[in-house]
Write a protein that binds this ligand. Structure first.
Ligand code: PRT
Ligand code: MG
Length: 225
């Protein structure tokens, strides 16, 4: 099939894939292979000309922006950090739908025995470990708290336990991970959910295919009345 006629949707394995599947199904799209059992990175669907590509969650905006995919699903956290990585410069992505899936919150957490409120009141300089440097920088700057940000790529929870940091900024959903590591949530920075993103040039070139899909997804999201 002519690549100009193919619609490519970028998803990441795990919760984004799992939670997007029912929405696609409601929009009439069945993904024909299971990423748990298949090693393929390009998955066919029941719709000729619609395919899914599996990429790292943090690579979804890049794939969509640069034409590796036409649409994608990724967390608002990822979108904010992606935009900031480019100096807040214009990122060529439209965000037409909040899919309301993969919900969680971005929070500040500290060891249970650390008096965060007191440290902030006293104007202490906090060492904060996070994967979400842009969100953390913006949040503490707005609060007028001085921070040394320590960029990590995973297991943020470990940082305060080893003395690497005083606090972390991370995603929280059930709170079980924090609890298991004797950390407590002391600030809720923002609520997070996954968004559908589209490249504007794809919408222009393939609008007759993309718009009905956006519409069907929006209908699937609408609360049943
Ligand atoms: O895992 P990988 O390094 O490949 O990439 P990723 O972590 O970016 O991907 P993935 O699939 O883990 O997350 C994709 C998106 O899901 C994120 O960008 C968020 O928008 C969203 N999401 C929703 C979450 C969570 N909930 C979540 N709980 N992403 C991560 N977590 C982690 C959190 O970082 C912490 O380690 O789960 C842990 C906390 O969970 P609770 O339930 O113990 O509070
Ligand atoms: Mg993860």
């Amino acid at each position: 099939m002519n690549p100009n006629e193919t619609l490519t949707l970028a998803l990441s394995k795990g919760r984004i894939f799992d939670e997007t599947l029912p929405l696609l199904r409601a929009a009439g799209i069945e993904v024909l292979e299971d990423p748990q059992t298949s090693r393929r990175l390009i998955l066919p669907t029941n719709r000729p000309g619609v395919r899914v590509v599996l990429v790292r969650a943090t690579d979804v905006p890049t794939y969509v922006e640069h034409g590796g995919a036409d649409l994608g699903v990724c967390g608002k956290d990822t979108l904010i950090e992606h935009a900031a990585a480019w100096g807040g410069a214009h990122v060529g992505l439209l965000e037409p739908l909040d899919l309301g899936i993969a919900r969680c919150r971005m929070s500040v957490a500290v060891p249970a025995d650390f008096d965060y409120a007191r440290a902030v009141r006293q104007g202490a300089r906090l060492r904060v470990a996070t994967k979400y440097v842009a969100i953390a920088r913006e949040f503490f700057a707005a609060k007028g708290v001085h921070v040394d940000l320590i960029k990590l790529y995973g297991s943020m929870e470990l940082a305060p336990l080893t003395g690497l940091a005083d606090a972390i900024v991370d995603l929280v959903s059930t709170g079980n991970t924090l609890k298991a590591n004797q950390l407590v949530e002391v600030e809720r920075i923002m609520d997070i959910s996954a968004r559908l993103v589209v490249r504007p040039t794809a919408l222009k070139a393939k609008g007759e295919r993309i718009r009905p899909l956006l519409h069907a997804l929006a209908v699937a999201l609408a609360p049943a009345s």
